[in-house]
Design a protein around this ligand. Structure first.
Ligand SMILES: Cc1cc2nc3c(=O)[nH]c(=O)nc-3n(C[C@H](O)[C@H](O)[C@H](O)COP(=O)(O)OP(=O)(O)OC[C@H]3O[C@@H](n4cnc5c(N)ncnc54)[C@H](O)[C@@H]3O)c2cc1C
Ligand code: SF4
Length: 488
């Protein structure tokens, strides 16, 4: 795979970025693609390690050494076929995946890992540019009907797989456009929405029906869908946001990230939005929560023209290097610095917000915080302890709550009598994605809880195999880690 001596000859190289002062003037993606020769050299760094741990690092089981080799040999069409054999939407993961594969790369033990994610993105972009990605409608229809609820990456992956198996697939989506968090959560500067539209066109030409602005459970009862379809796949995401129940939480200026980000994405797309405009312009913004959502709030606030942006994280500051107790090839909890962090946010770790303070009219004017430490006792989970005398007030007129999601909504579960897990996600085994009600399946964040795009695609694919098996008695759809390289 790759070039035998490639990892000795070439250093890791990834896409460069447009300078901060330029990119914050708009919402466009800001990466600068690598040249074809640079990509060839990066593919050459893959070292034929024998047991490619990157396969198991990737939740899709992407055949990484095989596409790296194809890129090294400049066989781009072959690389695209290999990539699409395990991943329906590499244009999403190639831009947005945190790349657990790279943490599991054998070269990463003592060198910089292969730039797998960048290679993936370039393969799919080359394929689109050359017209190699075309609709693949099924040759024969089975006469079975499948309803998919939710059009995020899990729903779209399940839809494409089940349509390929010949079933008539309808995707129901309550938003006005398809894409789930890809469209309404993730800002355009991380992924422009024409990337979703381009793929959507292919899915529609393959014969998948999309019913948007339909809230299942409200506009159509789930029991009625159950009567009309042979199987249902619930891919509604984990949409219940975590709040911060402290004094002043209802102040004007305390805003959920998932109100702020979707409104901004709608504005950028020219879609009308409801409610008051949420703007960070000229404000002292504090983003509470240090994950992806928090990072997206930072980049968006900076593009609005915020006066200052501070990011609070309750966990201690990690180290950029892999911690000793989280050895290769596992995913390490290290300090990660996103492109948005680099655009001008102050990051504060080991901090907890105690109070939102308001002026007489109820408007947010500051936050009171306390420093915290995490006390470790052998055999127990670390305990949070407040540091005495560490209270501090921070001027703030917009606090964005980016604290994650506690679980999924339960309307459909109530209507169908579905069992839930402890976190109100739909209970369905990872072995077959079946709920307790025959013919009803669940996948993605709605089953596993708040997670990643790569996991959502993986779950959508796996669930599709089990739905197809349920409908037909057996399935020829691929399962993760099974099957051969596509014949090319
Ligand atoms: C701000 C933000 C940034 C993120 N950034 C990243 C990132 O950079 N990389 C990454 O890997 N992951 C990221 N994630 C996580 C990732 O987006 C999710 O894990 C992934 O989108 C889950 O996919 P899904 O298909 O399960 O659900 P979702 O994408 O949540 O899609 C669910 C869809 O179901 C629809 N729906 C729900 N209920 C109904 C109903 N009753 N009727 C009709 N439709 C319904 C919803 O409207 C939604 O469109 C981010 C998440 C957020 C919030
Ligand atoms: S989908 Fe993510 S984990 Fe899998 S190969 Fe691509 S970047 Fe790596």
């Amino acid at each position: 795979m790759g070039k035998t001596t490639g990892f000795l000859e070439f250093d890791r190289k990834v896409e460069a970025y447009v300078p901060v002062e330029e990119r914050i003037k708009n919402y466009k993606e800001f990466t600068k693609p690598l040249k074809a020769t640079e990509l060839k050299n990066q593919g050459a760094r893959c070292m034929d390690c024998g047991i490619p741990f990157c396969h198991s690092g990737c939740p899709l089981g992407n055949l990484i050494p095989d596409f790296n080799d194809a890129v090294y040999q400049a066989k781009w069409e072959k690389a695209a076929k290999i990539l699409h054999s395990t991943n329906n939407f590499p244009e999403f993961t190639g831009r947005l995946c945190p790349a657990p594969c790279e943490e599991a790369c054998v070269l990463g033990i003592n060198e910089d890992p292969v730039s797998i994610e960048n290679i993936e993105k370039n393969i799919v972009e080359t394929a689109f540019k050359n017209g190699w990605i075309t609709p693949e409608p099924p040759i024969k229809r089975t006469g079975k009907k499948v309803a998919i609820i939710g059009s995020g990456p899990a729903g779209l992956a399940a839809a494409q797989q089940l349509n390929r198996a010949g079933h008539a697939v309808t995707v129901f989506e309550r938003d006005e456009k398809v894409g789930g968090l890809l469209r309404y959560g993730i800002p355009d500067f991380k992924m422009e929405k024409n990337v979703i539209d381009r793929r959507l066109e292919i899915l529609e030409k393959e014969g998948i029906e999309f019913e948007t602005s339909v809230n299942v459970g409200v506009d159509i009862k789930a029991q009625d869908l159950k009567k009309d379809f042979d199987a249902i796949v619930l891919c509604g995401g984990a949409t219940v946001r975590r709040g911060l129940p402290i004094p002043g939480a209802d102040a004007e200026g305390v805003v959920q990230a998932m109100d702020f980000l979707p409104q901004n994405n709608r504005k950028v797309d020219g879609i009308p939005y409801q409610g008051e405009e949420l703007s960070a312009k000229g404000k002292n913004v504090i983003v509470i929560g240090g994950g992806d959502t928090g990072s997206d709030c930072i980049g968006t606030s900076i593009r609005h023209g915020a006066k200052s942006v501070v990011n609070f994280e309750i966990m201690p500051k990690g180290t950029p290097d892999r911690p000793a107790d989280q050895p290769w090839p596992f995913w390490p909890m290290r300090l990660r610095t996103s492109t948005s962090h680099k655009e001008g946010a102050e990051r504060v770790f080991s901090i907890s917000t105690k109070k939102f303070n308001t002026d007489k009219s109820g408007k947010l004017k500051s936050l009171t915080t306390v420093e915290v430490e995490w006390v470790k006792t052998p055999g127990q989970r670390p305990q949070l302890k407040e540091v005495k005398g560490s209270e501090k007030d921070w001027p703030c007129d917009l606090a964005l709550l980016a604290l994650g999601f506690t679980g999924s909504e339960t309307t459909i579960a109530d209507q169908l009598g579905l069992e839930l897990d402890q976190r109100t996600n739909i209970k369905a085994s990872e072995a077959n994605y079946k709920t307790n009600v025959p013919g009803v399946f669940a996948a993605g964040d709605q089953r596993r809880g708040q997670s990643l795009i790569v996991w959502a695609i993986s779950e959508g694919r796996q669930a599709a195999y089990h739905v197809d098996s349920y409908l037909m008695g057996q399935s020829n759809l691929p399962l993760k880690g099974e099957g051969d390289l596509p014949r090319i």
